[in-house]
Ligand binder design. Structure first.
Ligand code: DGJ
Length: 723
């Protein structure tokens, strides 16, 4: 899987489908040679790969040679005019680092990254390339892992100060690659609260383009993902490079096109307002970035990501474990409940076959609205006079599991915790704290705060015996300062915060291995591979409107699998849009993720409550196919009036097909949708209609999707192989 061609100074990582080639130049610079389809042999001489006219055989850094060299980890300061991946401020105040290749080492498997989530696995090999600056002894170790079972290269960098003086990192990206041409479209996922992850696609242009965040989280407005696709690439064919960052904080993901029409693609911690001091002997570990390459279109890119996370990132004990069908109290009660009301909702849910009841926000302190009590994690006796355990036991007595909501990273100015520890909030001394949703953010760079947060969550889990925890996070950073950090380290706070968060989550998921953690950040505001290392599922969006969810889930699927998306059927009129959609459509769309309810079943009609029983049984029966199968996008809600997707079991013997037509048209044209992922040689029976189709027929000729009149009509079909 990793081949060293010593006579050519080439390092070749490959699996059955892809190759990644790194070259070492005569000046010991590391050059990017190739990412693409698997190469059997390489004859190319890395020296010939640089741009510009002149003597191609004798590459040198003189005369700004680095500006013409496709590089692996470019550093600022030695003549490369492009934006670098690494910026080192030396003890003398100069900003320059000259990284020369020193050694390479190949190991079986994959080392973990200290303090950070990262992919893992045995069926992979890792190449470690070490470079160092001969003057300052700053050393950089570049890690490259190639997986046998996914068409992915994982990369990260470790910067070590082996010099005698302290240095400051102003930027340290996880990955950088200089590609040979710019005939690509750039795809990003952008959005807002309740409108997360719309896919945008545009041609690469000269200049810098991409997504980045400084809000303290990966955020609602962008995801740590970009893809480059050839202009003709579609879902099923065409070259595509997808990149994602295993990180939950401020990030930048960009593709910059420079003078030779050669894009430099970089992902990593956002260098804006970041810096990190490294004392002699200290090291800085960047988060991991993963690179998918395929020539089989965007669909395959997504399935490569899905399979990578499932096999090599997600908490393995949950990947193939049943996710209970839950009912969450938020839209059913908001803050207005007491024990009797919750048990009433839970009883009705239990009668419908729901398996887990989740008490959302509002159970602690004096929390009757969002202005108070975050940090005071003791039960509100006015609402729950007999305590948490009593309510939880009552829920369990109904035959349900009990789940609970917390927002552990936050503190309300109106809380006992804030009155005792105002310094525990992120703030700048002398400035009025700026609240968001009336709350402040706890300073997780501090170990005492980390310990408090761990204890608050652990105590709540123990007291309630909860088997599920919804871990929410509802605001971005402002007034970014820590009372515990010296002036020279204040810019380290956002990354230290994320390290603190990961440390606590790591401890909690180890100490409570049977608790199902679901992430949430005002919906999908921190829905990224970093969080998914700890929590197997994430609340995809606060928007539960079926038509909006078609877009949100479709966009999310570009890099995250259905098994990670919390997805609930809610009441109508929808609480976010006011739209009324048929219950069948709300059900069909919510099945695109970890299925549950966000409503008060007692407010449903008798017929709807009956339907609920069938829905729960169906959701459980099809779970392995829907969440464990392969996911194919068929019709994009970003391009037309209809959405369609299909999940096909790995053995291709069953499939769940979903079609939603948004706006009703008079005299509608017929909708023939070509399915994907089935076995062309098998025949499939549609459970709902009894009809039998050939797999080839469904994929090559198509399935006629006739839906009822009216907006937001849908078709849900369960296909089972009959041969
Ligand atoms: C934001 C979440 O996304 C909602 O689902 C809900 O849990 C509220 N927070 C509670 O405050």
């Amino acid at each position: 899987m990793v081949e060293i061609l010593r006579e050519k100074n080439l390092y070749h990582l490959r699996n059955d489908h892809i190759s990644y080639v790194i070259g070492i130049m005569p000046d010991q610079q590391t050059a990017h040679i190739y990412l693409g389809r698997r190469l059997n042999r390489i004859n190319a001489d890395p020296v010939l790969r640089h741009h510009g006219s002149g003597d191609t055989k004798n590459f040198t850094v003189q005369n700004c040679g680095l500006d013409r060299l496709p590089q692996e980890y470019p550093a600022f300061g030695l003549g490369d005019q492009r934006e670098g991946a690494l910026s080192v401020e030396n003890a003398d105040g100069t900003v320059a680092v000259d990284l020369r290749f020193e050694s390479a080492e190949i190991t079986e498997g994959k080392p973990s990254l200290q303090g950070l989530p990262a992919t893992f696995g045995d069926n992979c090999r890792t190449l470690r390339i070490a470079c160092a600056d001969p003057l300052t002894n700053v050393r950089v170790e570049l890690l490259y892992t190639v997986f046998e079972d996914c068409d992915v290269i994982a990369r990260s960098a470790r910067i070590i100060n082996n010099g005698a003086s302290r240095i400051r990192l102003n930027k340290a990206m996880s990955v950088s690659m200089d590609l040979p041409d710019d005939k690509w479209d750039l795809i990003t996922l952008n959005g807002a609260w309740a409108r997360e992850r719309t896919a945008y696609r545009r041609p690469l242009m000269p200049g810098i383009q991409g997504v980045s965040t400084q809000c303290g989280a990966s955020g609602l407005q962008q995801s740590p993902f970009i893809a480059l696709a050839r202009p003709r690439t579609d879902e099923q064919a065409g070259e595509t490079i997808g990149m994602a960052l295993v990180y939950s904080g401020n990030f930048a993901a960009q593709a910059s096109v420079y003078q030779y029409h050669a894009p430099r693609v970089m992902l990593g911690i956002n260098g804006a307002d970041f810096s990190w001091l490294l004392e002699p002997g200290e090291a800085f570990q960047t988060p991991e970035a993963v690179i998918v390459y395929t020539n089989q279109g965007l669909g395959d890119m997504s399935r490569q990501f899905h399979s990578l996370w499932e096999k090599h990132l997600l908490p393995q004990r949950w990947v193939h474990r049943h996710r209970p069908v839950l009912l969450n109290s938020w839209e059913a009660a908001y803050f207005a409940f007491d024990e009797e009301k919750l048990l009433g909702i839970a009883k009705s849910a239990a009668e419908a076959g729901v398996e887990l009841f989740v008490m959302d926000d509002g159970w602690f302190g004096r929390r009757d609205d969002d202005t108070t009590s975050l940090g005071d994690w003791t039960v509100d006796r006015k609402k729950l006079p007999s305590g948490l355990a009593h309510l939880a036991d009552g829920v369990r007595a109904l035959g349900l599991q009990f789940g609970i909501w917390m927002e552990p990273e936050m503190i309300s100015p109106d809380s006992d915790l804030y009155r005792q520890h105002p310094d525990w909030a992120i703030h700048i001394a002398g400035r009025t704290p700026i609240t968001g949703r009336n709350q402040l953010v706890l300073d997780l760079s501090r170990e005492d705060v980390q310990q408090f947060m761990y204890q608050a969550v652990a105590d709540t889990l123990k007291e309630s015996g909860a088997s599920y925890l919804k871990w929410d996070m509802n605001r971005n950073f402002s007034n970014i300062g820590s009372a515990a950090l010296p002036a020279e380290r204040q810019k380290e706070l956002p990354h230290r915060y994320i390290l603190g968060l990961y440390a606590v989550m790591d401890r909690l998921v180890r100490d409570f291995p049977d608790v199902l953690f679901e992430g949430c950040a005002s919906g999908g505001g921190r829905f990224d591979p970093g969080m998914l290392y700890y929590v197997p599922q994430f609340w995809c969006s606060d928007n539960t409107d079926a038509l909006c969810r078609c877009q949100i889930q479709y966009g999310t699927s570009y890099f995250l699998p259905a098994s990670t998306m919390g997805s609930h059927l809610s009441a109508v009129p929808n609480h976010q849009t006011g739209r009324v959609t048929p219950i069948e459509t709300r059900f069909a769309v919510a099945l695109g993720g970890c299925f549950g309810y966000e409503l008060d079943p007692r407010a449903l009609t008798e017929a709807e409550r009956e339907a609920m029983k069938t829905q729960v049984r169906y959701a459980i029966r099809t779970e392995t196919t829907r969440l464990g199968g392969r996911f194919y996008r068929l019709l994009s809600p970003f391009e037309g009036n209809a959405t369609a997707w299909i999940a096909v079991s790995k053995d291709k013997h069953s499939a769940v097909f979903t079609y939603v037509r948004a706006e009703a048209l008079a005299n509608e044209p017929s909708a023939l949708v070509k399915l994907q992922g089935l076995d062309p040689d098998l025949r499939y029976q549609a459970e709902e209609t009894g009809e039998i189709f050939g797999g080839d027929e469904l994929m090559y000729s198509g399935l006629l999707c006739a839906v009822r009149q009216g907006d937001a009509s849908s078709l849900l079909l369960t296909l089972k192989a009959v041969d």
